[in-house]
Design a protein around this ligand. Structure first.
Ligand SMILES: Cc1cc2nc3c(=O)[nH]c(=O)nc-3n(C[C@H](O)[C@H](O)[C@H](O)COP(=O)(O)OP(=O)(O)OC[C@H]3O[C@@H](n4cnc5c(N)ncnc54)[C@H](O)[C@@H]3O)c2cc1C
Length: 554
């Protein structure tokens, strides 16, 4: 373990050592992440590299050579030419090309689609691949905090599908999913712009509609709380923050801004720390409170990340209320006489959050707190089945997740797969993380490829392609703790780092994990550019940023 030392010589040598460790660790970690997450090359221009798990014991690929498979089409409804124009639903043609439809263009959906483009379908059996999503942008959710505090651009965090998928051979349709008719292999959609409805037929379907935050169960939450789950919600938070900036300038806001974050998991802690930094730059800047139902914040994090996160919360003065639930949210009584635009807009969100503590007898647990901004990060569930996947006979658990086996295939349906947050592949569900969705994507793509190919009447029993089970490899976890601070714990605790170097490394790893190489370059350049600019400004303003606190290389 390397920490700072009193004498400058020792400090210089420890810093050199730290840098060396950091460089080595960075290389190992980056290559580890690249190797472990990309079971296949994900861009069509790259060659196909099945992961070791896709090879048989004799190191022969488990798939058969594509040219030997004469696949016949299973579809009647399908478009001929690949196009990436949005809102164009594939039309009926006479071609026999199979159609793979992917519902939801998040981590699971996009990575499944891109992997499919690199699988060895022969030219005449290559399927048309369509992603359907209600939004026109892919969102790299782990960087949403950076987008909120102007530490990343919208093009880095949320590129349009048009840009992201251009040249990939994957079509994109911007539409809301209405229902799935699994008996007739048809997806029902409605346009996001008009009331028009469409039907899209499929030969294979991958459901990857993710999760959303449900505010309905707490009275008043829908009216006052802002979830932090989408780009729109992120921009809404940015708008409210700038209203406070305005109100400060005009002296209408002289008190600290009360921010209440519900949920003390990864998102709650990361958001609390970033907002604390963003609003805390001014004197009397901000009072941030985390309300958390569990015994400890970051309950599921590694011990190292939990300790580092808890330490940073303490240093930032974030008030943490554990074993505490929100029972109701009610409007605050507004005493302000000012009626300027910014103050009246701000008043609209002021509320009182009523709480119930497990230990009501404790004199330190208040029964309510005031909030100028109430943010909700707790309790993400798959999208409301009645709203988003109605009329579907997909097997679901009591939380609405589509039940699959290890092959990621919906129970009882041979051509429907589900990945990511909307699915449950085993009794105890996998964590709802991008890491799980990204690792499931190549398996779902492979199994789709195998299913379509095996249905060909020309394929013999021996030539049939084996479907592969999903198995999860935990690569570790990374958290942002502020613009120049992060914590990373990987390789089962062998590699642990926090502080500024971790922050640089985290952005670098995320650049590598963008769905396409081009998007990775955009992310790396944008992230570096902003960091350099910020450093320059900090230098001018005489501010000191947080340095690397600990490098722990066991
Ligand atoms: C702020 C934040 C930070 C996070 N940080 C991390 C992190 O650091 N590491 C990590 O591993 N995980 C992180 N996660 C969790 C991770 O982002 C999710 O687990 C991951 O996105 C799940 O991928 P998915 O493909 O299942 O769903 P998503 O990525 O959520 O994609 C679902 C897609 O389906 C679309 N959709 C939903 N319903 C419909 C419908 N009815 N019609 C059409 N389209 C629909 C949505 O628009 C969306 O594009 C974070 C999450 C958040 C919110």
């Amino acid at each position: 373990m390397i920490t700072s030392h009193p004498t400058s010589r020792k400090m210089a040598s420890s810093q050199k050592q730290a840098c060396r460790h950091l460089a080595i660790s960075a290389l190992i970690l980056v290559s580890f992440f690249v190797d472990a997450t990309s079971s296949f090359a994900i861009h069509p221009s790259k060659s196909i590299h099945p992961s070791p798990s896709l090879y048989g014991k004799d190191q022969k690929p488990l798939y058969v050579a594509s040219k030997s498979v004469q696949q016949t089409s299973l579809t009647k409804l399908c478009a001929t030419e690949s196009s990436t124009s949005e809102n164009e639903i594939p039309t009926e043609t006479t071609t026999k090309q199979p159609h793979v439809v992917i519902l939801g263009g998040g981590f699971g959906g996009v990575n499944t689609a891109l992997t499919l483009t690199s699988l060895p379908f022969s030219d005449d059996t290559k399927p048309r691949i369509t992603i359907i999503d209600k939004k026109d942008r892919f969102v790299f959710l782990p960087l949403l905090y950076e987008l909120c505090v102007d530490d990343a651009s919208v093009d880095e965090v949320a590129p349009t599908y048009k840009d992201l998928l251009s040249g990939s051979g994957v079509d994109f349709v911007c539409a809301e999913l209405d229902g799935i008719d699994v008996q007739n292999n048809i997806v029902h959609t409605s346009s996001v712009e008009s009331s028009s409805r469409e039907q899209v037929s499929y030969d294979a379907l991958i459901v990857a509609t993710g999760a959303e935050i449900d505010l309905k169960s707490i009275p008043g939450a829908e009216e006052f709380a802002l979830p932090f789950y989408t780009v729109d919600e992120c921009f809404e938070l940015k708008r409210r923050l700038s209203l406070f900036d305005e109100a400060r300038k005009t002296k209408e806001q002289s008190k600290p801004v009360n921010v209440v974050v519900v949920g003390g998991g990864y998102s709650g802690v990361e958001l609390a720390l970033n907002l604390s930094e963003r609003l805390g730059k001014e004197e009397n800047g901000v009072d941030v409170t985390i309300v958390h139902r569990g015994n400890d914040v970051l309950e599921y994090a590694t011990e190292y990340n939990r300790k580092t996160g808890t330490d940073r919360l303490k240093k930032a003065g974030v008030n943490v209320m554990t074993q505490c639930s929100v029972t109701e949210v009610v409007p605050a009584s507004i005493s302000s006489s000012s009626d300027t635009d910014s103050s009246s807009s701000l008043d609209r969100y002021k509320c009182i959050v009523n709480l119930q503590s497990k230990d009501d007898s404790s004199p330190t647990s208040p029964s309510s707190i005031d909030a100028d901004i109430l943010l909700w990060t707790a309790g993400a569930t798959p999208p409301n089945p009645r709203k988003s996947i109605r009329n579907s006979l997909l097997p679901r658990d009591q939380n609405g997740r589509i039940v699959t086996g290890p092959l990621l295939r919906a129970k009882g349906l041979s051509n429907v797969f589900a990945v990511g947050d909307c699915s449950r592949a085993k009794q105890v569900p996998y964590a709802a993380t991008a890491q799980v969705a990204m690792q499931q994507a190549p398996v779902a793509a492979w199994n789709t490829y195998a299913t379509l190919t095996n249905q060909s009447p020309d394929i013999s029993d021996e030539g049939k392609i084996k479907l592969l089970p999903f198995s999860y490899a935990n690569l570790g976890e990374m958290m942002t703790l502020g613009s120049d601070d992060a914590t990373i714990s990987s390789l089962g605790g062998l590699f642990q780092i926090s502080g500024e170097s971790a922050s640089v490394l985290r952005r670098l790893i995320y650049a590598v994990r963008m769905p396409t190489a081009r998007q990775g370059i955009v992310a790396a350049l944008d992230g570096t550019n902003r960091r350099v600019k910020r450093k320059r400004n900090d230098g001018k303003n005489g501010k000191r940023r947080r340095g690397t606190k600990v490098i722990d290389w066991k």
